[in-house]
Design a binder for this molecule. Structure first.
Ligand code: ADP
Ligand code: MG
Length: 700
C-alpha cells in the first residue's frame, strides 16, 4: 500500500493513508479543506508560540503569551460573582495570580503552598494584579530540572472535532512522508521565479514552517518574514492573482452588447443638472463610455469617497445603454438606498421619457407581478432595487448593464453570481460596481484583480471638510446643547447610536431610549428614529421628512451608514465610535458636509479609551481623506475588515499578509500574467493547491 502510493504526488494521496485517520476524521478534516496530504501540509500555522524561554514574572506585560515558573505562596477559593480558585505564584522577580473558574477537588488539593509550577498562558490585567486565566500548567520537581521546548510551537487553525494536538500529530506523520519523498510536493513555479528564492526549496520551506528548527531566526519567523514564509506567501498571493485573472479572462470571452456612444440623451441630462461634472467625474464617465462601446463585458469598479458624486456617473452609463435600446438594472445594498436612487433617477430620467421600475423584497403580490412582467417585456428601461432584482423569476428582456452600488457589501461570490444572471445566448451584461470604501490601491489590485479600476479622486467644489471633535460621554449635556444650537440655526442633525449589545433587538431598544431622552431634552425639536426594526413604510416616511426638513434630529443606528444624502444636515453625533472601524466611521461622517455650511462631527466615546482606540479616533479627527483613513484601517485592522469580507472568510490568506507583503504585489501580478500565458497547467495546479475548495464553491 505504501509502496504503491510512493509514486503518487502528495496531492493525489488522501489523508486516510495516515495512521489514525478513518472515514470520520477524514470528514472532519474536510471541513478545514484538508482532503489530500498536500492539503494537510498546506494547512499552515496561523502563528507560533514561544515556549522556548521561561520569562521572569516581573517582566510580564498584558497580552504576553509566555512560559513562567514559580512557587505557590497562596491558593484559595474566592466567592465573588463567580466562584474561582486563585493561586498566587511568585518567582523572586514578581508575582501574579492564576485564576481557575473550573477545577476539580484533586486539582485544588494539588495546588498547595510551596509547590513549584511551570505555566503557559496569556497574561491579563486582573482586578488587583496581572493574572493568567486557566493556564496550561505542570508541576515541577526542583531536583529534576525540565527542559523547555527547543523550537517555536506552531498554532494551527482548528475546527470542531479537530484539535490542535491532533493536527500536530498528523502533521508529524505527513512531514515524515515528505522527508522520504520530497518530490511528492510538486514544484510548480518556473525556474525564473524560483531563482528569486535560493535559500530553500518548497519541501524545505513547508517542513520548516511546521517545525521550525531550534536555531531558526525566531525574530524573522514571528514577524512573518522568514525566507520560508516569504517563499510560500509569494506562492499564495500568486495563486489568488491567477485565480481572479483567469475568472476575468473567462468572463471576457463571453460577448457583450456594445453600445455606441450617443449624445442626445446625455446632453439633455447634463444640461438639466444644476452643476457641472468635476474633472474626475468626467474622466470616469469617459472610461466607462469607452468600455461600453466594446463587445467585451465591462467589469469596472468605481471608487469614490463619500459625496464624490458616483450616482451621476452611473446615470451617464445607464443612458448609454438605454439609448441603445437595452435595459439597465441598478442594485443597492439596502431598501433605504434603493429608494434614494429611485427618487434621484426618477427626477433625472423621467423628464427624458425613460420608464423606471422598482423592485425590492418588500414588494409582493400583484404589484410585484406587474413589475416583473414589465421587466420581462422590456417596457421598464431602468429597474432600481435591491438584490430582489435578481430573484429566480425576474427575467429581463434585454439586460445590457448592471450597476451595483456600494460594492463593499458584495463579495466575489455575489459578483460571479450576478455576472451569470444576465447571461443569455452567449451574451453577458456590462457591469459597473461603485464603492465609497476607498480601498488602498495595492489591496484593490489584489482583491479585485478581476476588475478594472476607476477612481473619482476630486470632490465637487465648495465642500468643506467636516470638523471633527473627540469628546467624552461625560460631556453629553454639552453635546445636546450643540444639537439645539445647530437646529436653532435651521440646520439638521444626526445622532448615531452604535451599540454595545450584540443583539439587534437590544440595539434597537437602545436607539429608542436615546431618541426618547433626546426628545425630552429638546422639546422644541422634531426628533425621529430609524433602526433595523422600524417598518419599511415608516422608515421611508421618516427619511422623506428628514429630507424635506420636517424632522430636525434623526436618531439612527448604523443603518444610516451608506449613501443617504441630505445636504442641510450639518451635525453628526456618533456614540461609542470606538466600537466601529475607521472606514465605517468615515462613511457615517460622510452623511454631513454635503451642503455649503460648515459641518461638524462629534465622536462621543465612553471612557476609558484604549491606546489603540485613541489613536484611531485621532486619525479621524486629523484627516478627511478616505484613502489615508483606509490605509490606516488596513494597517490597524487587516484587509478582512477593510474589504468587509471578514465574516465571509473571503480573501482569507493562510500565510501571506496583504499589508506586510505588499512589496511583492507588483511582481506577483506580472508573474501571474506570465504563468497564465506560458505555464497554464502550473497556474491551474497552484490555484488548486491554495484555493481548491473555494474555487469549486465559486463554480457551484
Ligand atoms: P456618492 O459618491 O457618495 O454616491 P452622490 O452621488 O450621492 O455621492 O453625490 C453627493 C451629492 O453631490 C449629491 O447631492 C449630488 O447631487 C452632488 N453632486 C454630484 N456631483 C456634483 C458636482 N459635480 N458638483 C456639485 N455637486 C455634485
Ligand atoms: Mg452613493
Amino acid at each position: 500500500m505504501i509502496k504503491e502510493s510512493a509514486s503518487k504526488s502528495l496531492a493525489e494521496q488522501p489523508v486516510t493513508v495516515l495512521k489514525g485517520v478513518g472515514a470520520r476524521s477524514a470528514e472532519k478534516l474536510a471541513r478545514l479543506g484538508i482532503v489530500s496530504l498536500q492539503d494537510l501540509l498546506f494547512h499552515l500555522p496561523l502563528r507560533y508560540q514561544d515556549r522556548t524561554r521561561i520569562q521572569p514574572i516581573g517582566s510580564l506585560r498584558r497580552g504576553d503569551q509566555v512560559v513562567i515558573e514559580g512557587e505557590i505562596d497562596l491558593a484559595e477559593i474566592k466567592y465573588g460573582r463567580r466562584r474561582s480558585l486563585m493561586v498566587h505564584l511568585a518567582d523572586g522577580t514578581g508575582s501574579l495570580f492564576l485564576r481557575f473558574f473550573y477545577f476539580s477537588n484533586a486539582q485544588r488539593q494539588a495546588l498547595n503552598r510551596g509547590v513549584r509550577l511551570r505555566c503557559f498562558g496569556e497574561v491579563r490585567n486582573g482586578p488587583h494584579s496581572l493574572e493568567m486565566v486557566h493556564p496550561e500548567y505542570q508541576r515541577i520537581d526542583p531536583d529534576q530540572p525540565m527542559a523547555v521546548e527547543s523550537s517555536l510551537t506552531p498554532i494551527y487553525p482548528t475546527t470542531e472535532g479537530v484539535h490542535q494536538l491532533t493536527l500536530r500529530g498528523l502533521m508529524q506523520q505527513a512531514l515524515e512522508r515528505l522527508q522520504r519523498e520530497p518530490e511528492g510536493l510538486v514544484e510548480w513555479l518556473p525556474p525564473s521565479i524560483l531563482a528569486r528564492f535560493p535559500e530553500l526549496n518548497l519541501a524545505q520551506a513547508v517542513g520548516f514552517l511546521h517545525s521550525p528548527p531550534p536555531d531558526a531566526d525566531q525574530q524573522l519567523l514571528l514577524a512573518g518574514i522568514h525566507p520560508a514564509q516569504q517563499r510560500l506567501s509569494y506562492e499564495e498571493l500568486l495563486a489568488h492573482q491567477i485565480s481572479l485573472r483567469s475568472m476575468r479572462a473567462q468572463h471576457q470571452s463571453i460577448g457583450a452588447t456594445l453600445f455606441k456612444s450617443e449624445h442626445g440623451l446625455k446632453q439633455a441630462f447634463l444640461a438639466a443638472l444644476p452643476f457641472q461634472l468635476t474633472s474626475a467625474q468626467a474622466r470616469v464617465v469617459a472610461e466607462i463610455e469607452w468600455d461600453l462601446e466594446r463587445s467585451q463585458p465591462m467589469q469596472r469598479l468605481v471608487q469614490g469617497d463619500v459625496g464624490s458624486g458616483k450616482t451621476v456617473v452611473s446615470a451617464m452609463a445607464a443612458l448609454q445603454a438605454i439609448a441603445a435600446g437595452s435595459q439597465v438594472a441598478l442594485m443597492a445594498p439596502t431598501e433605504l438606498l434603493a429608494e434614494q436612487h429611485l427618487r434621484n433617477f426618477s427626477q433625472w430620467l423621467r423628464p427624458l421619457g425613460i420608464d423606471i421600475g422598482w423592485l425590492t423584497g418588500r414588494l409582493k403580490g400583484r404589484p410585484r407581478d406587474a413589475v416583473v412582467e414589465r421587466i420581462a417585456s422590456g417596457e421598464i428601461q431602468l429597474a432600481v432595487g435591491t438584490h430582489a432584482l435578481f430573484q429566480q423569476d425576474v427575467v429581463f428582456n434585454d439586460l445590457g448593464l448592471v450597476v451595483i452600488d456600494e460594492q463593499h457589501r458584495f463579495g466575489v461570490h455575489q459578483r460571479l453570481a450576478l455576472r451569470e444572471k444576465g447571461n443569455r445566448k452567449g451574451h453577458t451584461p456590462h457591469q459597473l460596481i461603485m464603492t465609497a470604501t476607498p480601498i488602498p490601491r495595492t489591496l484593490a489590485m489584489t482583491a479585485y484583480a478581476d476588475l478594472d479600476l476607476s477612481v473619482i479622486d476630486v470632490l465637487p467644489p465648495g465642500r468643506k471638510p467636516v470638523v471633527t471633535a473627540v469628546i467624552s460621554e461625560a460631556r453629553r449635556d454639552a453635546v445636546v446643547e450643540r444639537v439645539r444650537a445647530a437646529c436653532a440655526e435651521g440646520r439638521q442633525a444626526y445622532w448615531v447610536c452604535t451599540l454595545i449589545e450584540e443583539s439587534e433587538v437590544l440595539q434597537c431598544q437602545a436607539a429608542e431610549d436615546t431618541a426618547r431622552l433626546l426628545a425630552e431634552a429638546l422639546p422644541e425639536l422634531k426628533v425621529a428614529l430609524v433602526h433595523g426594526r422600524v417598518k419599511q413604510e415608516e422608515k421611508e416616511r421618516v427619511m422623506q421628512d428628514f429630507q424635506s426638513g420636517a424632522v430636525d434630529l434623526m436618531v439612527a443606528t448604523t443603518v444610516i451608514e451608506v449613501g443617504v444624502d441630505v445636504p442641510n444636515a450639518s451635525l453628526m453625533i456618533i456614540e461609542n465610535p470606538e466600537r466601529l472601524g475607521l472606514a465605517q466611521l468615515h462613511q457615517l461622517r460622510g452623511r454631513v458636509g454635503r451642503g455649503s455650511a460648515e459641518s461638524h462631527c462629534v465622536l462621543m466615546y465612553h471612557a476609558p479609551l484604549s491606546a489603540n482606540a485613541k489613536q484611531r479616533l485621532a486619525i479621524l479627527r486629523e484627516t478627511s481623506d478616505g484613502f489615508v483613513i483606509a490605509q490606516k484601517d488596513l494597517e490597524m485592522r487587516g484587509p478582512g475588515e477593510v474589504l468587509g469580507t471578514r465574516q465571509t472568510g473571503e480573501m482569507q490568506l493562510r500565510i501571506a499578509d496583504l499589508v506586510r507583503d505588499q512589496g511583492m504585489l507588483d511582481e506577483v501580478r506580472e508573474a501571474a500574467e506570465m504563468l497564465l500565458h506560458r505555464y497554464p497547467d502550473a497556474a491551474a495546479q497552484l490555484v488548486n493547491r491554495w484555493l481548491g475548495e473555494r474555487v469549486e464553491y465559486v463554480k457551484a
